[in-house]
Design a protein around this ligand. Sequence first.
Ligand code: ADP
Ligand code: MG
Length: 693
Amino acid sequence: MNGPALAQLPVTELKGVGAALQLKLEKLEIYTLQDLLFHLPLRYQDRTRIMPIGGLRPGDEGVIEGEVKGADIAMGRRRSLVCRLQDGTGTITLRFFHFSAAQKNNLKTGTRIRCFGEVRTGASGLEIYHPEYRRVDDTVITPVEESLTPIYPTTEGLNQARLRALTDGALAYLANGSLTELIPENLRQQWRLPPLNDAVNYLHRPPVDADQEQLLDGYHPAQRRLAFEELLAHHLSLLKLRQRTRQSGAPQLATTTHYRDQFLLQLPFPLTGAQQRVSQEIAADLSQPYPMLRLVQGDVGSGKTVVAALAALQAVEGGFQAAVMAPTEILAEQHFINFSNWLEPLGLQVAWLAGKLKGKKRQAQLDVIGDGSAQVVVGTHALFQDGVNFANLGLVVVDEQHRFGVHQRLALREKGRTDHRAPHQLIMTATPIPRTLTMSAYADLDCSIIDELPPGRTPVNTVVISDQRRPEVVQRVRDACGQGRQVYWVCTLIEESEALQCQAAEVTAEELREALTELRIGLIHGRMKPAEKADIMASYKAAELDLLVATTVIEVGVDVPNASVMIIENPERLGLAQLHQLRGRVGRGSVESFCLLMYHAPLSQQGRERLAVMRETTDGFRIAEKDLELRGPGEVLGTRQTGMMSFKVADLQRDADLLTRVKQVASQIATDPQLSDAIIHRWLGRDEQYASV
Ligand code: ADP
Ligand code: MG
């Protein structure tokens, strides 16, 4: 390292940076000179040459120089100061809507000025509104800029000129090569990565001949160099997390099959090939002396619950408890019923815990969890609150983990941990995660995919229909129910407000009751008491209701095989992944199923594209890829999941092709913990506590 390390130098090192400016910079997350250098321009202006006025076209942005041919106040719709500027090639109008008398006086005929601005078509032909300008002396040569002019992301009260001056200051330090190069020379050579100092310098002050389009798109080698290092940092932090978990011990669970065999024997169906394969992968993990961290992805209806039950049985067989956590009470209850039906015949006890459970009943459950007489415990996140003590927890299953954030997932790992041992963890998700995202956001997990649906399912026919044809849709519901089918009617709202959403569902239910007097219609929404919801679901499942009007609470996990028609109102408001989840509620039996996406016209271009994807495919992975393409990773993973996913330079989609290389380099660098930490610290700095959960 030569020169002071810029990561250690606060911005106040720079001339003229006092407390007020420091605060503004903090708003941009700039604390050190290194931060300042990693604060990259959004785009650039070309002020490196003077353009002939005669050659200007609307939309051009650049520097011109000429002689003032008069400045007058024009009255029009808005009063403005109009100044004619001429060079040897042509004339243009400079127009100011805000101006002072002094300004007008300064623009005397014959004055030479140089200006910068964007050319547009105005009232008098080509015009520039509010150009930056200054007087120039025609007896000396006033130099133009030598490099492209950066335009930085900024905040109130901090202008571009100031930011430029600040980065000039920081760049001066670069001359000593003091931004520490963290990627080893041999790796840089191998992957042709330019030196960090060069890349940073280039991006702040690109030379005149720089490829601006490439820079704007983020594909310049200098940008890719930084994106590479940033992705590397994220990857390394996940590897570190994984290593840390690996260092802890875990119950080594034998693969004897006493319970497993009995369970499979009583199951009314054979496992699919994919279920077998994935449960073998899990079984192998569980027999290791360190904690399993496995993500199981399986489309809706692929049979993940059975796979979870098999894992739980292996824990029980080894003398440990298994906890199964679901994100909602409805789903937790459904799991509880399934697990009880499956495991009680084997002589096992299943406990149940949710927020709504209070008083004596709760205590009774806490007792059987605490003394170990319940081998399997099912519940919501209430399972992991204080006061819940497991006798000997060996396995945690988290279902539909999409509902839980990255942080919760990490925190969970700590539950049931003793000094030397942590429980195994199995995470199940029905929302397929595009491969690029798995590689980055989930690099700390092993991944299994259940890529096969149980036999006998018929794909859902999806129809996209305008809500102007609502009467036809209602008729269709009548016909379907007349044939003994059951129907879901899903209401959505733009507002995140649950109250409004529930209200909308109530109104819809009322309207449908009036229109369809012969049908038995139920209503379920998020504001109902859990017991009420459970009752409604139970009657629907028992076919005591023909039609269930619902908010998106039914999204996850509810299983009613006889339901074969689903209407989704305003599907354009939902993400593709969510639509896919909803649609997965039908098509679970052997009769042909339908999903009607009843949109409200007009649809945006993107809205149309998204609904078309739903019509064309039922493959969750294709839908997820498409979702990523249309909406970007933040949206796809949900904000709660993005803790790790906010990048300064990198863009997961644009830079997806770097990920394979990043992975390779990461595995080489991970062998040097000090170096790895330095890279993580540079890019994750303040977020690092997250890596140490
Ligand atoms: P998900 O993966 O969406 O959680 P579930 O575990 O709820 O799916 O299973 C969906 C339905 O498929 C359930 O009714 C379940 O009993 C049934 N099922 C699971 N595995 C099989 C199989 N191998 N053959 C037939 N049906 C199965
Ligand atoms: Mg499920």
